[in-house]
Write a protein that binds this ligand. Structure first.
Ligand code: HEM
Length: 140
């Protein structure tokens, strides 16, 4: 049953990275010393946490969509396994942004995760186009 993990991890990432939005809101409007935070809008910790917030939520949603596609469409099992793992690996991208922002970790995970997510989405597109038109009606 390929796709279950993508849906579970996807919703987890969506929830956690949406929650970071409240931290961003606090820092933007309420925190003492918010002027210094606002000055980092385009570079620095503020910029990076915002990038993590947006990509963590988005990549979570992409995993949810990928999970449903894999559960519903008769994509061959070997391909489905690759797509599933690549989409999960994509979640390393927002994690890498957080690790870079908080601990100065080199952004290797950002590039690896981003590349994995691009391959996963293009592969899903290709696999869907290759299905016979009748597959869509039987998948419902
Ligand atoms: C699907 C869920 C979400 C997505 C895809 C998303 C995406 C984004 C994006 C792309 C930005 C950057 C906007 C810009 O720089 O112009 C942003 C900023 C922001 N988001 Fe979200 N967001 C989501 C949910 C939330 C939630 C639930 C909150 C809760 C309050 C939130 C609070 C914020 C705040 C406060 C900012 C401004 C951050 C700053 O000052 O730099 N977001 N979001």
């Amino acid at each position: 049953m390929k796709g279950r993990k993508n849906i579970g991890w996807g919703f987890l990432f969506l929830g956690v990275f949406m929650a970071i939005g409240f931290f961003l809101g606090y820092m933007h409007d309420l925190a003492p010393g918010k002027e210094q935070w606002l000055a980092q809008y385009a570079a620095g910790t503020h910029f990076e946490i915002r990038i993590a917030h947006a990509h963590g939520a988005l990549f979570g949603i992409i995993n949810i969509a990928t999970g449903f596609a894999l559960l519903k469409l008769p994509i061959p099992a070997a391909q489905a396994r690759w797509i599933s793992w690549l989409a999960l690996a994509g979640l390393l991208m927002p994690l890498g942004v957080v690790l870079h922002a908080l601990f100065g970790v080199l952004p290797v995970l950002v590039f690896l995760g981003g590349a994995a997510m691009i391959v996963a989405t293009l592969w899903t597109s290709w696999a869907a186009f290759r299905l016979p038109p009748s597959a869509a009606s039987t998948a419902a």
